[in-house]
Structures are given as structure tokens and as C-alpha cells.
Design a protein around this ligand. Structure first.
Ligand code: AHM
Ligand code: MG
Length: 299
């Protein structure tokens, strides 16, 4: 797949150019993924590494992204939520992908996304190793959020794969208005439920939960607020995967001036024992995420 670059200007500028190419390929692949969705609504046989049954659309998006991202010179490893093992594709940065985040939203035709994170280390990598993250949102329109060079940008992606910046230096609005949390309410721990009841008692806050993390996080980036897939009774680590969901979304929200947490510390400081390990995820405005840590500490 990838071939080594013949001359590297400097290590830093070459990494930046590889990141730019990864973002570019992600945007240009988005219309192809979107176009492939209507005919891939069935579940396939077997389970992914998280024990979930993938849809044809998950497999299709994963194959396409591996083929195209794996072809970029300067990408060394590719891993996805849908594959057990890391794939070696060359030498250079590591790329992790959640090919279709929230693919159970395909049948009811709700929002889904593609999440990409880039690490300057072999996989599994730590939160400290992340150098960029991006997601594509397949909503009423196709948009892409990137966090690179310490800044967050939103783009509109056109059907031909070209894209235009629509919000630059994006930061979370200071007066948050939306909240949304995953998991079954009866499975929430008491201290978390108490926190949510407090939010609900603030009449400036509106519930926005769509079943795709990326769709819900995009609401938070747009209006300010908090999203979480919390620790649950029986499954304290929640549902979302550290490497494919926790680190990228933590990196994007923190770069936009927000907070991320696993309930105790920044998502970027979460350690994991394997590539597909899970973590509770809480992201949003500091004023809404810090109290989660305080409440959970009471348990
Ligand atoms: P996926 O990446 O396999 O689609 O799973 C992640 C999704 C998140 O987008 C969302 O927040 C969560 O799972 C919803 O889970 P559930 O449908 O079990 O409530
Ligand atoms: Mg996901």
C-alpha cells in the first residue's frame, strides 16, 4: 500500500502534510460512503470485536477507508472498531477509525458519522499520542469537524467530495443549552441520575439525544452542552471505545475549549489494556462536565 516518501522536509512538516492528506481522503470518501448506505441496511453474520453485529454499511465503510487511508504515504498502521487486529500499511502515523458511528440509525434514517483519529505512535496508542482527529456527520447535509494544529474547524462536504470551511476556530458556546446521555435510565448509577435531574431542573436546558455519539457531540459543539455515555450498573466501563471514540471526541472537545472526562479525569488520560477497551465518556462545557466528576465521587 503506502510507499515511503523519498525526501522528508522536516519531521514536523511531513507529519502535518500526512494529517492533511488523511483529512482530505476522509472528506473525499464521505460522499462515497453516503451513496453506499441505502443498499446496505442488513446485518452481516458474526460479531465485531465489541461483540456487536455489524451492518453491511459498517463493513463497506471500513473497507473503503482502509483502502484509501492505507494508500497514503506516511500512514503506518490502520485499525478500526470493526477489526480485531491492527493492519500494517506502511511506515508513519497510525490511524484509527470508527467507520460508521451509530449505524443502528441507518434503518430509521437518523444521523450517523465516521470518526478518524491520528496518533504519532504504534497502536494501541495513548491519548498523549493523538495528533489530530476528525469526524464526518451524515445528517441532512454532510459536514466534517477537524481538530488539528490546536484549532477546530467545521466544513460542509459537497457531493463531489470537495469541502468548504463554514466555522473556523470553533469553540463551545459559553451558555450551554443541550444535554443527552446514553444507556438505559434504570442502569444509571444513583449519583449520575441525581446529576441529570439537576440539569433537567434548569429550564434553559433541552434534551437532545439521537443515538449516534457524533450527532450528539455535534449538537454540543454547536449549541454548548453536555453529552455522555455513562458508567452503568453492571458495566462500569459503559459502551464507547477509548481508542476509536473516547480519544478523538475528547481531543476535539478539549481543542474547542471544552472538557472531557471518564468520570474522574480527562479522557486523554484514560489508560487501556487493549485496542478495543471501553470507557465512560462525558464531554461538553466545563460547567456541565466537572459536576459529573463531583457527583460520581460521592458514590
Ligand atoms: P457504534 O459505533 O457501534 O455505532 O456504537 C456507538 C454508538 C454511539 O454512537 C451511541 O452514543 C451509542 O452507541 C448508543 O448506544 P445504544 O444504541 O446502545 O444506546
Ligand atoms: Mg461508534
Amino acid at each position: 500500500m503506502a510507499t515511503e516518501e523519498s525526501s522528508l522536509p522536516t519531521e514536523a512538516s511531513s507529519a502535518a502534510s500526512v494529517i492533511d492528506q488523511i483529512v482530505d481522503v476522509t472528506a473525499r470518501t464521505a460522499p462515497d460512503i453516503r451513496q453506499g448506505l441505502p443498499t446496505r441496511r442488513k446485518y452481516v453474520e458474526g460479531e465485531n470485536p465489541s461483540g456487536e453485529r455489524p451492518m453491511e454499511a459498517d463493513v463497506f465503510a471500513d473497507d473503503l477507508l482502509l483502502e484509501r487511508i492505507g494508500d497514503i504515504a506516511g500512514v503506518g498502521e490502520y485499525a478500526s472498531e470493526e477489526r480485531e487486529e491492527v493492519i500494517g500499511v506502511g511506515a508513519g502515523l497510525s490511524v484509527c477509525v470508527d467507520p460508521l458511528d451509530g449505524s443502528s440509525n441507518l434503518k430509521p434514517n437518523n444521523t450517523m458519522g465516521t470518526i478518524v483519529s491520528v496518533y504519532d505512535a504504534p497502536l494501541p496508542a495513548t491519548g498523549d499520542d493523538i495528533v489530530a482527529a476528525a469526524y464526518v456527520l451524515y445528517g441532512a447535509t454532510t459536514t466534517m469537524i477537524t481538530a488539528r494544529d490546536g484549532t477546530v474547524t467545521e466544513y460542509v462536504v459537497h457531493p463531489d467530495g470537495t469541502y468548504d470551511a463554514v466555522r473556523e476556530d470553533l469553540t463551545l458556546p459559553e451558555d450551554p443549552t443541550v444535554y443527552g446521555f446514553g444507556g438505559r435510565v434504570p442502569d444509571w448509577v444513583d449519583s449520575f441520575e441525581a446529576y441529570v435531574r439537576e440539569i433537567e431542573s434548569d429550564d434553559s436546558m433541552k434534551l437532545r439525544y439521537g443515538g449516534s455519539m457524533i450527532g450528539d457531540v455535534n449538537q454540543v459543539l454547536t449549541y454548548g452542552g453536555v453529552f455522555g455515555y455513562p458508567t452503568l450498573k453492571g458495566t462500569p466501563e459503559g459502551k464507547l471505545r477509548v481508542q476509536f471514540e473516547g480519544y478523538p471526541v475528547g481531543h476535539i472537545v478539549e481543542t474547542a475549549g471544552g472538557y472531557s472526562s471518564d468520570g474522574e479525569k480527562s479522557l486523554m488520560d484514560v489508560e487501556k489494556d487493549e485496542l478495543h477497551a471501553r470507557t465512560p465518556v462525558y464531554v461538553g462545557n466545563e460547567s456541565l462536565v466537572e459536576p459529573i466528576e463531583a457527583h460520581l465521587a460521592d458514590d
